[in-house]
Ligand binder design. Sequence first.
Ligand code: GTP
Ligand code: MG
Length: 555
Amino acid sequence: MTDSFPHRQTASESSQQTGDLTGTELEDVVSRVLARARSRSESASPTHPGDDVPADDAAASARPAHERLGRARELAPEDDAHVPSDGDQQDLAERHALRRVAGLSTELEDVTEVEYRQLRLERVVLAGLYSSGTPADAENSLRELAALAETAGSEVMDGMLQRRVNPDPGTYLGSGKALELKDVVAATGADTVIVDAELAPSQRRALEDVVKVKVIDRTGLILDIFAQHAKSKEGKAQVELAQLEYMLPRLRGWGESLSRQAGGRAASGEGIGSRGPGETKIELDRRRIRQRMAKLRREIAAMKPARETKRLNRKRNAVPSVAIAGYTNAGKSSLLNRLTDAGVLVENALFATLDPTVRKAQTPDGIGYTLADTVGFVRSLPTQLVEAFRSTLEEVADADVIVHVVDASHPDPEGQLKAVRDVLTDVGANDIPEIVALNKADIADPVVLARLRNHEHPSVAVSARTGEGVAELQRLIAAAIPRPDHDLDLLVPYVHGEVVSRLHAQDAEILSTEHTPEGTRLHVRVREDLVGDLEQYRTDRAPGGAAAAEDHPSA
Ligand SMILES: Nc1nc2c(ncn2[C@@H]2O[C@H](COP(=O)(O)OP(=O)(O)OP(=O)(O)O)[C@@H](O)[C@H]2O)c(=O)[nH]1
Ligand SMILES: [Mg+2]
């Protein structure tokens, strides 16, 4: 049917005129990107798109690895099996129990709800441009977009890439490609197009006018995922703020497509949705959005002190802090679970973690430290989100050591390393000592692992799944965290036995212990904050310290 359209040229014609990929190149890329979507629609699963784990994936893992790589995934080419070290994945059950059901809401309570409803995704077609990079780069980016779309709960029907030096200022894609996209949309029955870029509001509108379905961009999609996943009060507020910020300049466009959706009813002026927002309404909405944003900013600012206090407390007690950072789906939460038995949510989805967890951990020689899980990073993380999550990311900026987790089985681990480092630089965390954990070593290509190990120092190949390399990672962490550095000789009278137990509990390195008639003699290394408390027991600097201790027994 599409062949009858004059703009559908043969591959070679079109590549001469618009600089598209050649026919085979394009076929190649798209077929690889969409292999999974296709295999899924062939299996014609009657269930909800999000519930398709069993049959499909079992079949996929039975196929040879090179075929499985064709899955439209940044996601692992694997089932979602959990290993015991993942702990109880209660959050996962909860998340899966709550699925979106489209089109249920009928009444709009306030303007923000309009936007949320606008973003509800179902069957989507992806579209991207590639200018300077290789086809492989473009393919990776489109794969990632497919994974993001799936994480947001939609089904990817098809994808298109156009080779073009600069985006079309009007419709982003060239006008011919835009029409072609319209055909693909019609042929697949898609209701949404997702563009792999941040579109200017006018581009989004113009493209929407061509393809006749809703168009959203990468930023809108990521914001949508964050909105679905945020759980804590602060996380929710931050995401809403980012969404509103993103929406504000685009308000007019949303309003228009909304009134278009209302269709005939709007024209005949009856019933719900008939009052398409006119200019005045939009002005009003803008003001309400600004007010809401101001309120959210105040709320977030008010939540900050609690976090700050906690962090300062940790600093005061000088417990070393380690932050786990890395690209989304790299296995950060899995690794945290491995290192601490935390039972943090692990999911083969992008941005599973939005509410960072801080856990206690210990080096093999018993030095305590905190280990913080963080929000995953992604290429071109929307600036609105970097802003909104700055306080979360500050947790990283404040760490003594960063464990940078990379998915070594990913097609472009170097690109992920760079994307993460860009954000780290953004939040001022670039000079913190970094340990690179090359995760998923169980399924990674040994050649890639070797290449990464050569370039990244210090680095270690690990598998959160099998536990391989985790002991080595623990050793690297132990070597990197600040150690207690005050060397003291103590004599603690037996009546003050609690001091000795406190030393054991409090991250002191106890180098020697000797029981003498006067009390316990210890040679220890402690952190600054303990030195004052121990002054009265010191035999190295304060001669007669033991006697002093008798005079002023500590509480
Ligand atoms: N084969 C293999 N899979 C792993 C390994 N580590 C994690 N995974 C899988 O990778 C997926 C993502 O793991 P998570 O721990 O949720 O990743 P994350 O970095 O916390 O992801 P976000 O929170 O979404 O940013 C899950 O399906 C894990 O089971 C590993 O060492 N080997
Ligand atoms: Mg996580």
